[in-house]
Design a protein. Structure first.
Ligand SMILES: *[C@@H]1O[C@H](CO)[C@@H](O)[C@H](O)[C@H]1NC(C)=O
Ligand SMILES: *[C@@H]1O[C@H](CO)[C@@H](O)[C@H](O)[C@H]1NC(C)=O
Ligand SMILES: *[C@@H]1O[C@H](CO)[C@@H](O)[C@H](O)[C@H]1NC(C)=O
Ligand SMILES: *[C@@H]1O[C@H](CO)[C@@H](O)[C@H](O)[C@H]1NC(C)=O
Ligand SMILES: *[C@@H]1O[C@H](CO)[C@@H](O)[C@H](O)[C@H]1NC(C)=O
Ligand SMILES: *[C@@H]1O[C@H](CO)[C@@H](O)[C@H](O)[C@H]1NC(C)=O
Ligand SMILES: *[C@@H]1O[C@H](CO)[C@@H](O)[C@H](O)[C@H]1NC(C)=O
Ligand SMILES: *[C@@H]1O[C@H](CO)[C@@H](O)[C@H](O)[C@H]1NC(C)=O
Ligand SMILES: *[C@@H]1O[C@H](CO)[C@@H](O)[C@H](O)[C@H]1NC(C)=O
Length: 383
């Protein structure tokens, strides 16, 4: 007879106990990204989300030279050859009249300046892709000169207009790549077409990192707008031109270097009416004074003014796999935005980030497919 292997038995017991121990009780335990089934206590994740608690984006390999990466470009009037046409994230807009044309509205730094010269060198530009939402996108037009940044464009069905939220003011640039410190006011401009003409910007709030979401639905065709900003503060307005009133601030410590320290919020309402924010979580700066690897944060709530949950776990990190089999661990990966399916299920199809590689002052806009939905969407578009 064999003697009982007690340590091994204990390990097996502990492992099976911890597997049994986790079970969801409500959809909140599934990060509101899925349904909690009983009696199994298992989450059924919505497409695009994975893991036991549906707490991670199901990212698929990205394609090199897709997105918007012109960091190797130079012009005679550039102050530096290090930045190229560096950019720092943006959002994807499908053309309303021409469904195979995609626009990427991005923050791009002028004069070859990299990310460190973002203020005042940032401009807002529109780029186009005929090869699907992942790009590659090609420069089309400057929408706003220096200094404008943090651009976020949404279609407002109530106004039948695009709304373009930015921070910044018109200003001259210095003759070297350097950065200033300024108050960051949020402004809005509007246009009936993504190509313009854009109305003059109107200043709304003394805040930064705007993330608007029109409350319009077929059943409730309201012009009300929700506006998230830095530190996940949430504002409400009856119309896009304001006034915006603060309706929610988070109960936890949002200070720099706290474990809940975030920036770059991206706010959306899912198909069930729940609210979510993706953001740049700065936990590794707080804990290790490094900008990587845990950079993606996710917050969720059943109502805007209710109890938001922030689980303090990464929803994605700085590692990106590519279709050529390679992978890159980025130095910085910030400014998350999602592009959703338009079939009513709001399935996240692409993640857009501003990225910077190690030992490089250049930055670019990376677009990574999510789940099986992205490839299916591309097949249906015929790209
Ligand atoms: C972006 O461009 C740089 C050259 O400027 C290149 O080294 C890098 O591999 C490119 N990244 C991707 C993901 O294509
Ligand atoms: C420069 O960038 C373009 C597009 O982003 C790419 O197609 C090209 O191969 C790059 N050139 C070099 C020398 O890396
Ligand atoms: C770089 O940006 C400038 C505008 O600042 C534009 O004229 C040029 O076409 C862009 N180049 C590429 C390769 O995107
Ligand atoms: C922000 O607004 C204040 C007034 O509230 C103004 O003095 C300042 O110049 C503005 N700054 C920017 C960058 O828009
Ligand atoms: C704008 O907000 C910043 C940071 O919250 C604050 O320091 C500044 O005093 C505010 N400026 C105005 C004009 O309210
Ligand atoms: C918030 O977090 C910061 C950084 O960790 C800390 O210095 C500060 O004391 C905290 N504030 C409160 C009220 O706990
Ligand atoms: C929020 O949480 C608190 C304490 O956890 C609870 O008392 C309250 O009922 C919750 N509110 C909502 C709207 O769920
Ligand atoms: C990112 O997360 C994956 C698991 O999801 C892990 O394998 C990888 O090592 C992480 N990247 C870094 C740089 O820690
Ligand atoms: C960055 O450069 C330093 C030396 O300048 C080197 O030690 C380090 O390995 C480099 N990191 C990467 C990821 O290339």
């Amino acid at each position: 007879m064999h003697a009982l292997n007690i340590p091994r038995l204990l390990t097996t017991l502990i492992i099976s106990m911890s597997v049994v121990a986790w079970g969801c009780q409500t959809d909140d335990d599934c990060s509101l990204n899925g349904i909690c089934h009983q009696p199994s206590g298992k989450c059924e994740c919505d497409p695009g989300w994975k893991l036991q608690d549906c707490g991670q984006l199901d990212l698929q390999p990205a394609t090199r030279w897709s997105g918007y990466n012109y960091t190797n470009f130079t012009l005679p009037d550039f102050y530096s050859t290090k930045g190229g046409n560096s950019s720092w994230g943006g959002n994807i807009i499908q053309d309303r009249n021409d469904k195979s044309l995609f626009h990427l509205i991005i923050d791009q730094f002028a004069r070859g300046c990299g990310l460190s010269g973002w203020r005042p060198f940032s401009t807002v530009v529109r780029a186009e892709s005929r090869t699907g939402p992942a790009g590659p996108y090609h420069y089309a037009k400057e929408l706003m000169g220096t200094f404008h940044h943090n651009v976020k464009v949404v279609w407002s069905p109530a106004d039948k207009k695009y709304l373009m939220y930015t921070i910044g003011i018109e200003t001259e640039t210095p003759d070297t790549c350097k950065s200033y410190k300024w108050a960051n006011n949020i402004s809005v401009s509007s246009a009936p077409d993504i190509r313009g003409p854009w109305a003059p910007s109107q200043r709304l709030l003394n805040a930064t990192n705007p993330t608007p979401w029109p409350l319009w639905t077929h059943d409730n065709p309201t012009s009300e707008i929700i506006l998230g900003v830095e530190d996940n503060f949430i504002y409400h307005s009856d119309t896009f031109n304001g006034p915006y009133n603060l309706i929610k601030s988070m109960p936890w410590n949002t200070s720099d270097y706290s474990d809940h320290w975030t920036e770059d919020p991206f706010l959306w309402r899912d198909k069930r009416g729940n609210w979510h924010i993706l953001c740049h979580w700065m936990i590794d700066i707080a804990e290790r004074h490094e900008k990587y690897p845990r950079v993606g944060g996710h917050l969720f709530s059943r109502s805007l003014t209710g109890n938001w949950t922030f689980k303090l776990q990464p929803v994605y990190n700085t590692t990106v796999h590519f279709t050529d089999g390679g992978e890159t661990d980025y130095y910085r990966r910030e400014r998350p935005r999602l592009y959703f399916s338009d079939d009513g299920s709001l399935t996240p199809l692409y993640l857009i980030n501003g990225v910077q590689e190690f030992n490089s002052s250049a930055s670019y806009t990376l677009i990574q497919p999510i789940g099986q939905g992205a490839r299916r969407y591309e097949r249906e578009l015929g790209v």
